[in-house]
Design a protein around this ligand. Structure first.
Ligand code: NAP
Length: 291
C-alpha cells in the first residue's frame, strides 16, 4: 500500500514543497507520495480526521491553516505550543496526531549554516508581524538575541506579536516601528542592526507588492546581513538592494528546505537528503520563474 503525506493549505498553486519532498522520498526508493491537499479552513477538521487512520500518515500545513489545525491535534511540541501555529503533523506509532513547528528550526538553521550568523547578543531588525514573523521572534529569543526591533505596516499587529511573548514584553527588548520613510528611530535601528530579516510578503511573486522592496527609501549599512524569507523569486528586490549597499544576503529557499527536511525526518525516520531537496527546490522554482 502506498503511503501518503501532503500539504494542507489554500490555495496551493505555487507551492514547491511537493517537488522537493517527493525528490527526497524517491531518493530512498520509498513507496510514498507527497500530495497537494488543497483545503479551505472550513474543511480542515474533516481532513485532519482523515489522517488518523489509513495510508495518510502526516502532513505539512501552510497558509491559512497553521492555526486552524491546532485544536484538532492530540498534542503539540513546545515550539508549536509557544507560537500557537503548526506547520507539520505527524501520526505517531500510538496513533496520536502531534503538531510541530519546523519553520522555527528551519529559520535558525539556515541563518547559522547558510548565513554563517550566530544571533546571540546581536541587534536584529525584523520586518513584518504575521505568522512567519512570530516564528522568527520565537527562534531569535531561543537563540538569545541581543536587541530586537519590529517594523510593520500595521503597528498594532507588531504590538500583538510583542505582547504574545512574555519575555519580550518583560524585558522591553523590542522597539516597534512602521515601515514608513522618514522615521529617524527606524533609520538608527537599521544602522545599528547586525541582521535585518524580511518576514513581510513584499517582493513575493504574485503577492501584494510584487517587484518591491520593503526597505525602499531606507538606507542599509554595509556589512549588515539581510535575510529575506521570500523565496520566490530567489533574487528578491530587497536582496538586490542589499547587495548594492554592500550587505551579505540570505534568501528564503534555505529556510523552506530546512523546515521541510525536519518534517521529512519526523515522518520517515530517515535523514533528509538535503542536497537532493535543494536541487529539486531550485529546479521547481526555475520552472515557474517570473521572468
Ligand atoms: P502573513 O501572516 O500574511 O503576514 C504578512 C506580512 O506582510 C504582514 O506583516 C503584513 O503587514 C505584511 N504586508 C503584506 N502586504 C504588505 C504591503 N503591501 N505593504 C506592507 N506590508 C505588507 O504572511 P506570512 O505567512 O508571515 O508570510 C510572509 C512572507 O514570508 C511570505 O512571502 C511567505 O512566502 C514567506 N515565508 C517564507 C518561509 C520560508 O520557509 N522561506 C516560511 C514562511 C513564510 P500588515 O500586518 O500591515 O498587514
Amino acid at each position: 500500500m502506498t503511503t501518503h503525506v501532503g500539504l494542507i493549505g489554500y490555495p496551493l498553486g505555487h507551492s514547491i514543497s511537493p517537488a522537493f519532498q517527493q525528490a527526497a522520498l524517491d531518493h530512498y526508493g520509498l513507496d510514498w507520495r507527497y500530495e497537494r491537499w488543497e483545503t479551505p479552513p472550513d474543511q480542515v477538521p474533516a481532513f485532519v480526521a482523515s489522517l488518523r487512520n489509513g495510508d495518510r500518515v502526516g502532513s505539512n500545513v501552510t497558509v491559512p491553516n497553521k492555526q486552524v489545525v491546532v485544536p484538532l491535534l492530540d498534542a503539540l511540541d513546545d515550539t508549536a505550543s509557544a507560537i500557537g501555529a503548526v506547520n507539520t503533523i505527524v501520526r505517531e506509532a500510538d496513533g496520536r496526531l502531534v503538531g510541530y513547528n519546523t519553520d522555527c528550526t528551519g529559520f535558525v538553521r539556515a541563518l547559522r549554516e547558510q548565513g554563517g550568523f550566530e544571533p546571540a547578543g546581536k541587534n536584529v531588525v525584523l520586518l513584518g508581524a504575521g505568522g512567519s514573523a512570530r516564528a522568527v521572534v520565537y527562534s531569535l529569543l531561543q537563540a538569545d538575541v541581543g536587541t530586537l526591533g519590529i517594523a510593520n505596516r500595521t503597528l498594532g499587529r507588531a504590538r500583538q506579536v510583542v505582547d504574545g511573548f512574555a519575555r519580550l514584553a518583560a524585558e522591553q527588548a523590542a522597539a516597534l516601528y512602521t515601515l514608513e520613510e522618514g522615521s529617524s528611530h527606524f533609520e538608527e535601528a537599521l544602522r545599528q542592526a547586525h541582521l535585518v530579516v524580511n518576514a513581510t510578503s513584499i517582493g513575493m511573486w504574485h503577492g501584494p507588492a510584487e517587484g518591491r522592496s520593503p526597505l525602499e527609501g531606507h538606507t542599509l549599512q554595509p556589512g549588515t546581513l539581510v535575510y529575506d524569507l521570500v523565496y520566490n523569486p530567489e533574487q528578491t528586490p530587497l536582496l538586490t538592494q542589499a547587495q548594492e549597499a554592500g550587505c551579505p544576503t540570505l534568501g528564503g529557499l534555505a529556510m523552506l528546505v530546512y523546515q521541510g527536511a525536519e518534517a521529512f525526518e519526523r515522518w520517515t525516520g530517515k535523514p533528509a537528503p538535503i542536497e537532493v531537496m535543494f536541487a529539486a527546490a531550485r529546479g521547481a522554482l526555475g520552472m515557474q520563474s517570473p521572468t
